[in-house]
Design a protein around this ligand. Structure first.
Ligand code: ADP
Ligand code: MG
Length: 462
């Protein structure tokens, strides 16, 4: 009929522009590998910062004592304490609390944000029970997971390069975030030393390695996306320090900022980027991560509504509101298997104020979810293949060795169609044999434990 032809045309165009045939994915993977080399060669040599983490030893299992961790970098922040018991005792006890960050603090002043965090941490420390033991006369130590790009100066200091994921706080770029946190802890009267500053990817890698010796890389697919991996120290030309004894250095890729002419992008992506807090930046992240998938969907639905009267003669006012359609809602609609797609109907009504949608309309919504989510998942898989190529693990191995990627993030954890598509795409790209030795292992909240472990191995009392 007259109504559906323009709808179908818009969807078809979207599908074409988002297409990720395996040949294109190989180009993306190759471009990732090339950019990794460039970012390691010189500072500013690539969009990929390939940041040196100063972590040259991953957890061994020998770590002992009481350590805290603080994870800042998404909508929630977590505080955690663990009692580590070495090879025998392992993680003897752990407790955590999660606090959501009031949105106004994400775009406010630096002191306000850090005071809020330090105060929550102080409260948490005050609730420490008998099961945790700090030797007399010792200072508590903290692993600080800070999931924004930081140029590290040492394991326990580093300056913020830029904010991402909707954070935008004046006067913090270029500052040492450990100093900011330390000052805020002092203002709270909290006696604690930051002994490791780590990105969440590094924390996830460390936590993953603690439980599985074959972990060589970590990927985050949550609000944002990023990856870290273990590199041979002599393969880092821009590193002018002493070569670490281990011969290894963990690299925080900051892959969210990857871009390439091979990435399939649309006018929706272009507009989203232009209107974002960080135009021109984090292009890979804007195609893949949880902060943006729902927003891309909203933009497609808005265009359909305006140009093809998809939701009737009027454009639903809520559909005009940026970021109103969150990825968890998109995911809930996408997973709707009921015959009349009642979840889709319910979400469109509840979230966008669009009542009484037809089954055909709901089916189109799912089709669009599918296009957007699968593009993201397949590109993330291509990124992983890029890393595997860089470290020579993209081919079949004879010795039965495994290559494990520790994965964390709410997007991967909860968006099943996304994670299944990512896994399938890895298989498709690597082939049956090579992919049989590659394992993507969910390590939910592994970064907290990882940061605590790194605080332990960098303790002032060692
Ligand atoms: P963060 O990345 O902020 O540290 P998480 O790893 O918990 O935190 O990821 C949270 C993100 O995961 C949310 O912003 C959202 O985009 C995504 N997410 C959470 N739940 C779901 C879901 N059910 N379906 C799809 N995406 C989800
Ligand atoms: Mg996180």
């Amino acid at each position: 009929s007259g109504k559906w032809a323009p709808v179908a045309a818009v969807v078809k165009e979207l599908e074409g522009r988002c297409a990720t045939p395996v040949g294109k994915l190989r180009q993306v993977a190759d471009a990732m590998t090339v950019e990794m080399h460039a970012g390691l060669a010189s500072e500013g040599g690539s969009k990929l910062k390939m940041l040196i983490s100063y972590v040259d030893n991953l957890p061994t299992g020998d770590e002992t004592g009481l350590f805290y961790a603080l994870d800042l970098g998404g909508t929630n922040f977590r505080v955690l304490r663990v009692q580590l018991g070495g090879k025998e005792g392992r993680v003897a006890k752990q407790e955590f609390e999660e606090v959501s960050i009031p949105p106004h603090l994400m775009v406010g002043g630096s002191d306000e944000l850090f005071d809020f965090i330090a105060s929550a941490l102080a409260k948490f420390v005050a609730s420490e029970g008998e099961d945790f033991h700090l030797p007399v006369g010792r200072q508590r130590e903290l692993g600080f997971t800070f999931s924004f790009p930081v140029r590290q100066i040492s394991i326990a200091s580093g300056t913020l390069i830029k904010w991402t994921k909707g954070f935008n706080i004046d006067g913090t770029v270029g500052e040492d975030v450990v100093a900011e946190l330390t000052r805020a802890m002092e203002r709270q009267g909290l006696d604690m030393r930051v002994s490791a500053l780590v990105n969440d990817t590094i924390g996830t890698l460390a936590g993953g390695r603690y439980y599985d010796n074959d972990v060589v890389a970590a990927v985050i697919l949550g609000t944002g996306t990023n990856a870290a991996y273990v590199e041979r120290a002599h393969a880092i030309p821009k590193w002018h320090g002493l070569l670490p004894k281990s011969g290894e250095m963990v690299i925080n890729m900051e892959w969210g900022n990857f871009r390439s002419s091979h990435l399939p992008t649309t006018d929706y992506d272009q507009a989203l980027d232009n209107e974002s807090l960080n135009p021109g930046e984090q292009i890979f992240e804007k195609l893949i991560s949880g902060m943006y998938l729902g927003e891309i969907l909203r933009r497609v639905l808005l265009r359909l509504s305006k140009e093809a009267s998809f939701f009737g003669d009027c454009v639903p006012p809520k559909l005009e509101v940026p970021f109103i359609l969150r990825t968890p809602v998109m995911s809930a609609m996408h997973h709707d298997t009921s015959a009349d797609l009642k979840v889709v109907g319910k979400k469109l009504n509840e979230v966008l104020g669009i009542p009484d949608t037809s089954l055909k309309t709901r089916k189109v919504v799912i089709q669009i979810c599918d296009i957007i989510a699968k593009r993201g998942a397949r590109l993330a898989a291509a990124g992983i293949v890029g890393i595997l190529k860089k470290i020579g693990r993209d081919n079949a191995v004879k010795d039965g060795g495994r290559t494990v990627i520790a994965m964390d993030g709410g997007l991967y954890e909860h968006y099943t169609i996304f994670s299944e598509c990512l896994q399938c795409t890895l298989k498709e790209m690597l082939g049956e044999e090579a992919s049989s030795s590659v394992v993507v292992k969910l390590a939910s909240d592994g970064s907290g434990i990882g940061a605590a472990l790194l605080a332990a191995s960098h303790s002032q009392y060692l």
